[in-house]
Write a protein of this length. Structure first.
Ligand code: FE
Length: 286
């Protein structure tokens, strides 16, 4: 493909077992000692359990400032409620995309007593210029997310961004111009997607195996792509399902403090002061 440099996998991780919220067991994939962040992706968690003890306590009301949270469900249902007045339940294939910006308090609670709960939470950074802007919320069900079917019978669910074939996802974000695809490939199927040079990209394997320019990735592995013009890969003989996530690098300092991600330590301390003084979220308690 003349001049189209292919992105290679430069790092692989399986994440580490972690616990968050009121004791929800999860796997932390980004925001670990190995991989602090992949600008602008600040955190990636996978939750997956059919044991209610692992998830039933959920994520009771807690604050955020400085970034966006993206919840994508594969199985089970989750209820979101926040201090700005948004409330909704998403089921399998649904997405909640919340811009915390200057401050929000939200809860994320499983809407089930038993059965499998499986999904992902991603944190995407906001540029310094928008960290103190107003919060907002976008929610889409599986039926509202465009599905692209390939000639070989593969399926591409487009949550945000534009595919090479022109399918556009419903989530709007002009700040980091993210791409978030849920891709299912048939046996041996080849997939490729052009990405701007400005973007970092990762692939997370939900099922099956893929080969990427000599590197094999299997279920539950995250591969980080290096630079290049496009991502190209092929599914192994059992097919594959993966998330392809990319976003525009912000190239700004990252300061973390619990549920806050700002540019400086002073801004983190300010966020904690604002939280204690009840100034963080305009709507107050939920
Ligand atoms: Fe949260």
């Amino acid at each position: 493909m003349g001049g189209m440099t292919q992105r290679k996998i430069i790092q692989i991780t399986s994440g580490i077992p972690a616990s968050d919220g009121a004791g929800v067991k999860l796997t932390r994939i980004i925001a670990t000692a190995d991989i602090d962040h992949i600008d602008p992706l600040l955190l990636l968690d996978r939750f997956e359990s059919d044991n209610p003890d692992d998830y039933i306590a959920g994520f009771p009301p807690h604050p955020h400032r400085g970034f966006e949270t993206v919840t994508y469900m594969l199985a089970g249902r989750m209820r979101h409620k926040d201090s700005v007045g948004n409330e909704g339940v998403i089921g399998p294939g649904g997405v909640q995309w919340m811009r915390a910006a200057k401050g929000i308090i939200h809860s994320e609670m499983p809407e089930q007593q038993d059965g499998l709960l499986r999904g992902f939470q991603l944190w995407i950074n906001l540029p310094a210029s928008h960290k103190m802007s107003s919060p907002s919320y976008q929610e889409f069900s599986r039926e509202q997310i465009p599905l692209e079917v390939t000639e070989s019978g593969g399926e591409v669910r487009v949550i945000t961004g534009t595919t090479d074939r022109g399918t556009v996802g419903p989530v709007i974000n002009s700040l980091t111009e993210p791409l978030y695809l849920d891709v299912s490939l048939t046996a041996g199927e080849v997939f490729s997607q052009t990405l701007p040079k400005s973007h970092n990209a990762v692939i997370y394997m939900i099922d099956g195996e893929v080969g990427i320019d000599g590197t094999d990735l299997c279920k539950d592995q995250l591969g980080i792509f290096g630079d290049g013009a496009r991502v190209s890969l092929s599914a192994a003989s059992d097919g594959a399902r993966f998330l392809l996530i990319a976003g525009k690098r912000l190239e700004e300092p990252v300061a973390r403090g619990g549920p806050f991600v700002m540019n400086t330590k002073a801004e983190i301390l300010e966020a904690f002061r604002d939280m204690r003084a009840g100034r963080l979220a305009e709507g107050g308690l939920i």
